[in-house]
Design a protein around this ligand. Sequence first.
Ligand code: PRP
Length: 285
Amino acid sequence: MEKILFAVQKSGRLNEDSVGLLKECGISIDTSKEQLKIPSSNYPLEVLYLRNADIPEYVQDGVADIGILGENVVVESEANIEILKKLNFSKCRLSMAIPKNVEYIGLQYFQGKKIATSYPNTTKVFLKKNNIQADIHVITGSVEIAPNIGLADGICDLVSSGSTLFLNGLKEVEVILKSEAVLVCNKKLSPEKRKMVEEICFRIETVLTARKKKYVLLNVPDENLQLIIELLHGITSPTVMKLARQDWSSLHAVIEEQEFWNIVGQLKKLGAEGILVLDIEKMVS
Ligand code: PRP
């Protein structure tokens, strides 16, 4: 039987969440990173632990069938690969930043300036679109140090919490790309592999859907039952069960976590008691 070759970042911010997602999908992987090609013990799949920047090319060339990497890497690589799904983790942005004590006059600031970046392709496309001519200086890491050592007037690098910029005396002035982890695949998969990839996508979707939802249980006085049912318009009609306590019912519903926070005050005002909010492991919709 064919095996899906699944590329995962060997080390870095995406590694743990990528392996965790596969596990939540019921695909068991040994997490030892000394071995770079590891077969799943319960699924026709092998994980290839690779350097982040190499993944787009390996997927494009069919060395790996699918993989997880940052959208920023896909854009920068300009590889001919398919983005199957956004994965809703490792959210960050690719931004331009300048020393915090320098006045920012808008994009014209960068006209004729030196910009240090590990993302030359994405930066060039952005500058060209905005008719800015600048000197791009490519460095592969610690980009934030460049203005401090006189190497550049500004930088273009990934920002997540913003603390690296802050600690290096820089301020973010332009967001040029919003990014998150994505599932990518080779464009010329065999029909058999395409089917296997669809199965993996289905499992991932099931896990991702469940992550956004909560299972809510609460006890409510019957006199306000209808009002509370209207508040809890979840995926389907809530389940209502009579309680031993007279004129009270128990309500069960699946709702978006954010929606829960929006309505919890109203639920309490309507007399709801014993409100429980539970994680959902998988959800098939
Ligand atoms: C990235 C990026 C920034 C930093 C931003 O580096 O290059 O330096 O994270 O994160 P923050 O806004 O939360 O401070 P990373 O640590 O992933 O390693 P890298 O230098 O290998 O890219």
